[in-house]
Design a protein. Structure first.
Length: 102
């Protein structure tokens, strides 16, 4: 019985969302267009955090943008959809990390 409990706990730990970090952004290919401190193709993550600071709907709005793409907010270059690269939970985790940057 103890072995079964250990297996269930281990499986639960392995299925949790990835930790919010630059490592997840790198693993998911986000850093091909974004940097933490400087504009690349897309805006710097710190600029995104500053723009959306204090907005109650920022998490939902930006998670949707990560998954479905968008355009016009940061200039003429559109953000491509990423729903084939990240799950909704991963997108939310990434956005939480971005919004935590100062």
């Amino acid at each position: 019985m103890k072995a079964l409990v250990s297996v269930v706990i281990a499986a639960g730990l392995l299925s949790t969302p990835a930790f919010a970090s630059e490592d997840l952004a790198k693993a998911k290919g986000c850093t091909a267009c974004h940097k933490v401190d400087a504009k690349l193709i897309g805006p710097a993550y710190k600029d995104v955090a500053a723009k959306y600071a204090g907005q109650a709907d920022a998490l939902a709005k930006l998670t949707d943008k990560v998954l479905n793409g968008g355009s016009g907010v940061w200039g003429p270059i559109p953000m491509t959809p990423n729903k084939d690269k990240v799950t909704p939970d991963e997108a939310k985790t990434l956005v939480k990390w971005v919004l935590s940057l100062k």
